[in-house]
Write a protein of this length. Structure first.
Length: 221
């Protein structure tokens, strides 16, 4: 193999391989800052967690004005969060910014409104499914006069778009709207046991010898 061919192969492959190695830089830079609660897991464990999490629900039972009993249907690993609420007989544990973590699975909450989202009758089911997937409690349509009794009223008759790009844009805007609410809200966190992020490191074996490394350019033919 000529030197020119080897250099050409290296220059073609190097930019493709570079993103695979950025996790090393990420880990190095992370040591410069205060560590966050990060769940380090295999990809299979992450997939199993989302299967476990998809059935989590919050059930609200009104007791009196500004007071509800909450029953969380979830596994012990669930991260239950609340903002702008007061939990009877127990404090919120600091978690992140406005959100505090709730350790109980059955509790009484005090709030200025029911801490969940409500959808209009014409909002399609895909919106409710997406919000449940994101961990937000959703109440079926209620009388228009009662909308102010909930954390946020959402009227999305067009759903979340048709194209992939439109879906990504509308979903991002919806989450941003909910996350900037100044009203009481309960929700499930994305990751188990109070973690704020997840890290899954994967790798592959591209070549055994240097010759294999340079010959990989021929595999695309």
């Amino acid at each position: 193999m000529s030197f020119a061919i080897a250099v050409t192969a290296f220059l073609l492959i190097f930019p493709i391989e570079l993103p695979d190695k950025t996790f090393i830089a990420t880990l190095v830079l992370a040591t410069r800052y205060r560590p966050l609660p990060v769940w380090v897991a295999r990809l299979g464990e992450v997939a199993n967690w989302w299967l476990e999490r998809r059935d989590f629900r919050l059930n609200f039972t009104p007791l009196e004005a500004g007071r509800w009993e909450i029953n969380a249907t979830c596994t012990p690993r669930a991260t239950l969060l609340g903002r702008h609420v007061e939990i009877e007989n127990q404090p919120l544990q600091p978690w992140h910014e406005m959100d505090g973590q709730i350790t109980a699975r059955t509790f009484v909450v005090h709030a200025s409104c029911q801490p969940c989202l409500v959808l209009s009758p014409r909002t399609p089911a895909e919106v409710e499914d997406f919000l449940h997937e994101q961990g937000y409690p959703v109440t079926p349509a209620v009388a228009e006069a009662d909308h102010s009794n909930y954390a946020c009223y959402l009227d999305l008759p067009e759903g979340l778009g048709d194209s992939r790009e439109e879906k990504r844009k509308l979903r991002s805007e919806l989450i941003q709207k909910i996350e900037t609410l100044e009203t009481p809200l309960l929700r499930f966190g994305y990751w188990p046991e109070g973690q704020r992020a997840a890290l899954a490191v994967s790798g592959d074996i591209d070549s055994i010898t240097i010759q294999d490394f340079f010959l990989r350019i021929l595999e695309v033919k």
